[in-house]
Design a protein around this ligand. Structure first.
Ligand code: 2PG
Ligand code: MG
Length: 440
């Protein structure tokens, strides 16, 4: 038994300079775990509530109230509990909050305590977090999805699509995957410079933020970067996109401002299908708005048989929203962001639900991140198979890559997920999976 003896919390800063909650959990045996929570910019409406103070401080974005909740309410409720019983700690906090979306205490307060508890429990067992999370299964190093060109809410809306990422599908180890991704980023920057763009400015996740004329132009630049890097497109290095379509949905129309076009859902999906035909795209995230059920139905029929169709704002790491999507045959993969749901227990539940249904899982950082690296341990211990962290530059991003590189170096027996984890390929392994395309 590793009993929780005390908590402390404070207002920290994330990589955008916005306040966020830091928390340390101390156990009776002297072990400690410390966590700082991340924060999104292109957030889904159905995410758990990120509690902010309003008022003058930090332009209203202070989190003194959430910090106060940790000290005054969460601490007395969980002191004395066994830190190794994560489900009990998380349920206790959820019941204490009493709302469905953690709006009273704040999901930022609850997640900070949840992750700090997991880290303290692992420390007390003298285990790395990944091993404490999944003691019975061998670790799995994830296939990384690495941001190269940024648009949308992370780059001042220069282009509409939010992320153009490289997926090193032909790499045979995690470290090789990172080296290839870094090579593609450097080569893409070179291509941009040759085409007259400034590459000194980067977006929130360290991606190149060039004022390109269209979304297709970004795909062209990334493909040229892959070719310039000497890697074979589609075989060694493929492309993933996060459309983040909720961000440019206005009054029922998808407004591609950079191209001066306004599309209906079906037209947007047809456009994306044309990109998938023309470029080595293996994964498409948030192709439609978060509540566009008819659009998602069409996208699932059209795209899910040929590409990984990934729900982020759509599923918001919510067990019931993912279950509803699985029942309806919507998408074939889920992005997992612990702060969208507020506790590690619920985020893990989403991984389990996805796995049972043959949906692929991609653990993801947020655009507002911190120097913490616990996300890397979750990816390995939960065996999510894929991870999305941002660029290979900027310390809040490299903190996660570096942690994964260390785990690989220290665990030579750890398998590397490789491209087989991408849906819809991955789903063929699962006997329980009803492929969306097969339900027509
Ligand atoms: C996303 C994430 C990370 P944000 O949309 O997938 O890229 O962005 O954290 O702003 O929601
Ligand atoms: Mg997204």
């Amino acid at each position: 038994m590793a009993l929780i003896a005390g908590l402390h919390a404070w207002e920290a800063l994330d990589s955008r300079g916005t306040p966020t909650v830091g928390c340390v959990v101390r156990l009776a045996d002297g072990s400690e775990g410390e966590a700082i929570v991340p924060s999104g910019a292109s957030t889904g409406t159905h995410e758990a509530h990120e509690r902010r103070d309003g008022g003058e401080r930090y332009g209203g974005k202070g989190v003194a109230g959430a910090v106060g909740s940790v000290l005054a309410e969460i601490a007395p409720a969980i002191v004395g509990l066994d830190a190794a019983d994560q489900a009990l700690v998380d349920t206790t906090m959820r019941e204490l909050d009493g709302t469905a979306n953690l709006s009273r205490l704040g999901a930022n307060a609850v997640l900070a305590a949840s992750v700090a508890t997991a880290l303290a429990a692992a420390r007390s067992q003298r285990l790395p977090l990944w091993q404490a999370l999944c003691p019975d299964l061998p670790p799995l190093l994830p296939l990384p999805m690495v941001n190269v060109v940024s648009g949308g809410a992370h780059a001042g809306g220069l282009i509409d699509v939010q992320d153009f990422l490289v997926v090193p599908v032909g790499a045979s180890s995690f470290s090789e995957a990172i080296e290839w991704a870094s090579r593609v980023r450097a080569a893409t920057a070179e291509v941009l410079r040759e085409r007259g763009h400034d590459t000194s400015l980067v977006a929130d996740e360290g991606g190149l933020a060039a004022p390109l004329p269209s979304n297709r132009a970004a795909l062209d630049v990334l493909l040229a970067g892959i070719q310039r890097s000497g890697l074979e497109p589609g075989v060694e290095a493929a492309i993933a996109v996060d459309i983040a379509a909720t961000q440019f949905l206005a009054d029922g129309a998808y407004v591609l401002a950079s191209e001066n076009r306004s599309l209906r859902a079906q037209e947007l999906v047809d456009e994306i299908a044309a990109w998938v035909a023309d470029y080595p795209i293996v994964s498409v995230e948030d192709a439609l708005g978060e509540d566009d059920d008819a659009g998602w139905r069409y996208a699932s029929d059209r795209l899910a048989p040929i590409v990984q169709l990934l729900g982020d704002d759509l599923f918001v790491t919510s067990p019931p929203r993912l279950e509803a999507g699985i029942r309806g045959g919507i998408a074939n993969a889920v992005l997992v962001k612990p702060n969208q749901v507020g506790t590690l227990t619920d985020a893990w539940r989403v991984v389990e639900i996805a796995r049972a249904a043959g949906y692929a899982t991609v653990l993801s950082a947020r655009s507002g991140e911190t120097e913490d690296s616990w996300l890397a341990d979750l990816a390995v211990g939960w065996r999510t198979g894929q991870v999305k962290v941002g660029s290979t530059t900027r310390s809040e991003r490299t903190a996660k890559w570096n942690r994964l590189l260390r785990i690989e170096a220290e665990e030579p027996g750890a398998a590397f997920a490789g491209a087989a984890v991408l849906a819809p390929l991955a789903s063929h392994d699962s006997p329980t999976h009803l492929h969306p395309g097969g339900q027509k």
